[in-house]
Design a protein around this ligand. Structure first.
Ligand SMILES: [Zn+2]
Length: 341
């Protein structure tokens, strides 16, 4: 189907009767509706239905995740360009370290749970933005932002890890994809389905903006549904615990968060009862600790291996710099390319 053929059917209210009148017969099912149902079924078969990690919940996904990740990466750049990144290097490094440990926890655990392909295409990034907002998010593909305002509530590493785990969980459970799929099916109908599956970047970008609420106010994303929030709480708690952080920090953190409800829409609007949320997180602590026991040793082994590799590279750099210092002839060589020795 070409783009030119698709365009008129976008005013879908008028399309069925116009087509019905054209063939002179009275169809039992309006064609547009029939096409839509067919389209949804085909798309479901082609792209389909996914399963969330750890919880096993079946989720409704119509878009290729790679496409959603691409949009996540480009929207992330837009947000960063319009935000003030912190110049607090210590804080930025702390957030990066926590994020990298949680990302590694996800890698190890998903391998262990037989779902290693889920992180395909991920390019993790962790940035801290100066803002009073009590907020954080992770866009599809592993693009994380923490606002400095969050630190008034998440005051220590363990509670910061709980929030970051929650946000990362939204991404790896592909809640963005599911929400876009729901918007497509509920509001935009079969036309949008065609649009998405036939690679129409502008329309899919609009869908992303609608589903996430990005664009109107930079960095303020629409709250997820209650199902997604509960799932992100659970998966996030498992991930931050596997990463080595204390799961008992979660319940008091969300209780503190409840006190700043008005300024933390992502965390609260879909959780009308913060006490119930805290209670549930307390109940999940033993299971989280079991996951830590299961996957923690492998995670620590990989952290040590990465540290050793980093130190090796550092020693190599130091050695090279030292040899250059003793070789003024080379150091003063008229070249602008520092790799030329
Ligand atoms: Zn959330």
């Amino acid at each position: 189907m070409t783009g030119a053929e698709e365009t008129p059917s976008r005013n879908d209210a008028g399309a069925p009767s116009a087509r019905g009148a054209g063939n002179g017969r009275k169809p039992r099912v309006p064609p547009a509706k029939a096409l839509f149902v067919q389209g949804v079924l085909l798309a479901w078969l082609a792209v389909g239905c996914a399963t969330s990690p750890f919880t096993g919940r079946r989720s409704f996904q119509l878009l290729p995740e790679a496409q959603v990740q691409e949009l996540g990466a480009s929207e992330y750049q837009n947000i960063l360009e319009q935000s003030e990144l912190t110049d607090n290097e210590r804080l930025a490094a702390q957030v990066r370290r926590i994020g990298e440990r949680i990302a590694l926890a996800a890698e190890v655990a998903l391998e262990g749970e037989g779902d290693p392909g889920r992180l395909e295409g991920y390019e993790w990034e962790f940035n801290v933005v100066e803002s009073d907002e009590v907020n954080a998010f992770c866009l599809p593909g592993g693009k994380v932002v923490v606002y400095t305002g969050l630190l008034t509530v998440a005051r220590d590493e363990d509670s910061l890890a709980v929030v970051m785990g929650h946000e990362i969980a939204h991404a790896i459970a592909e809640h963005g994809n599911e929400r876009m799929s729901q918007v497509m099916a509920a509001q935009l109908g079969g036309v949008a389905l065609d649009v998405a599956l036939q690679d129409r970047p502008t329309e899919v970008r609009q869908l992303f903006a609608t589903a996430f609420g990005v664009g109107a106010t930079v960095g303020v994303l629409l709250p997820f549904s209650r199902t997604h929030e509960r799932e992100a709480d659970e998966i996030g708690l498992f991930l931050s615990t596997i990463a080595g952080y204390d799961p008992r920090a979660a319940a008091p953190l969300w209780e503190r968060m409840a006190k700043v409800a008005a300024s933390a829409p992502e965390f609260l609007s879909t959780h009308p009862d913060p006490l119930e949320r805290a209670e549930r997180l307390r109940e999940l602590v033993p299971e989280a600790l079991e996951y830590r026991e299961k996957y923690g040793p492998e995670l620590e082994r990989r952290v040590r291996a990465a540290d050793a590799q980093e130190k090796k590279q550092e020693r190599k750099r130091e050695k090279r710099d030292a040899s250059l210092r003793w070789w003024p002839f080379v150091a003063a060589a008229p070249t602008s390319d520092p790799s030329v020795q």
